[in-house]
Design a binder for this molecule. Structure first.
Ligand code: PLP
Length: 385
């Protein structure tokens, strides 16, 4: 059997070695604490689970779903965009159901990128912005992202010859893994840049609902002219603790939505309609659980910041997302420090370098672990230093 080159071209799974070591430790009965995964530990709100309970008994829902999302789901997405951001998106032409944002990101490459085309990708970011390009035969240009530019990916430094081949650019604020947030001025510059260079922007707003100290993220589509050049992805995953349900949506530029929908109609057959009904409840029902969720993560954030401060590990205080992006102490690379923590403290944290070249020098601490375990993990790290 000969597999396609695109499989061989994928980078080695950076956590494979860590997973192997964790497996060995756990087999010996060692208690390993993982601060690795960005997967909410709290259950989906009951009102959403109940909506699913009702929807699953509707025989019509057992048939093939609409490729693009049910009319009711697309209207719920459009209604949420209006209430939450005062953004108008046409449910029929400017919204599209996704089987999770990850699916939309990967399939966007098939809709917009031919072999040899370039995608502008943040210097550290969600891994599919990079691996999706490999699967589609596209090329990646890493946009510099560092403390100096506030982890706002620098698209303006892209060389002219690369720009001529660039068709698509990913941005994502609030940001995974750096937890940086963007201001309006940055979004406006991105829109002008995309217009000048005929580039589609995909703004991945997976953390739109998770903010602290009163901060709530904007939509990219609130900026003037955004819909001319951009689509934006929103997901139920982090906002409603629904990572397992696989339901999200894209909205914005109608031509781009149509292209992505065309790819999807040839590959998948849409989101299970009962899951769409549950997501209608998520977006359409009372949003009060989100404040409680943010308060819970904010408490964990404060606990982690306090503990890191005491052991001399630097990190900026995140205003959003479920991550603390912490600096690796002198003398270690990201991967070395992550390995040290695993070996000496039995704590898993991903090396920043797993998210792209500009992640070197950092680790990402996820807040999706209960307070007592988080505190214990930091205490163990302290002892190991
Ligand atoms: C979690 C995450 C996603 C994936 O969301 P799904 O809707 O669960 O596929 C996409 N982008 C970023 C930046 C994420 O952190």
């Amino acid at each position: 059997m000969r597999t396609a080159n695109r499989i061989a071209n994928l980078p080695p799974y950076l956590f494979a070695e860590i997973d192997r070591k964790v497996g060995l430790k756990r087999a010996q009965g060692i208690d390993v604490i993982s601060l690795g995964i960005g997967d909410p530990d709290r259950p989906t709100p009951e009102r959403i689970v109940e909506a699913m309970g009702r929807a699953i008994h509707v025989p019509k829902n057992h048939q093939y779903p609409s490729y693009y999302g049910s009319q009711a789901y697309r209207e719920a997405c459009s209604g949420w965009m209006k209430r939450r951001f005062d953004v108008d998106v046409d449910p029929n032409t400017e919204t599209l159901a996704l089987i999770g944002s990850k699916e939309g990101i990967a399939h966007a490459f098939l809709a917009f990128v031919d072999p040899g085309d370039v995608t502008l990708v943040p210097g550290c970011g969600y891994p599919v912005y990079y691996t999706g390009g490999i699967l589609a035969g596209g090329e990646t240009h890493w946009m510099p992202m560092n403390e100096g530019n506030g982890f706002l990916a620098d698209f303006e430094s892209t060389p002219k010859d690369i720009l001529a081949r660039a068709k698509m650019m990913f941005l994502s604020y609030p940001n995974n893994p750096t937890s940086a947030i963007a201001n309006e001025e940055y979004f406006d510059r991105a829109i002008a840049f995309a217009k000048a260079n005929d580039i589609l922007i995909i703004h991945d707003n997976a953390y739109s609902e998770i903010g602290y100290d009163g901060y709530r993220a904007p939509s990219f589509l609130q900026r003037p002219g955004a819909k001319d050049v951009a689509i934006e992805f929103f997901s139920t995953s982090k906002a409603y603790n629904m990572t397992g349900w696989r339901v999200a949506f894209a909205c914005g530029n109608a031509a781009a939505i149509k292209a992505l929908g065309t790819v999807k109609s040839n590959i998948d057959s849409g989101v299970f309609t009962a899951v769409q009904d549950a997501a209608i409840e998520a977006f359409g029902g009372p949003q009060s659980e989100i404040d409680a969720l943010c308060a819970m993560y904010q408490k964990r954030r404060d606990l982690v910041m306090d503990a890191l401060g005491k052991i001399g590990i630097e990190a900026a205080v995140p205003k959003a997302t479920i991550y603390v992006w912490a600096k690796v102490p002198d003398g270690y690379t990201s991967a070395e420090f992550a390995t040290h923590i695993l070996e000496k403290a039995n704590v898993v944290v991903p090396a920043g370098s797993a998210y792209g070249p500009d992640g070197e020098g950092f680790i990402r601490i996820s807040l999706t672990t209960p307070d007592d375990r988080l505190a214990e993990a930091i205490e163990r790290i302290k002892v190991s230093l």
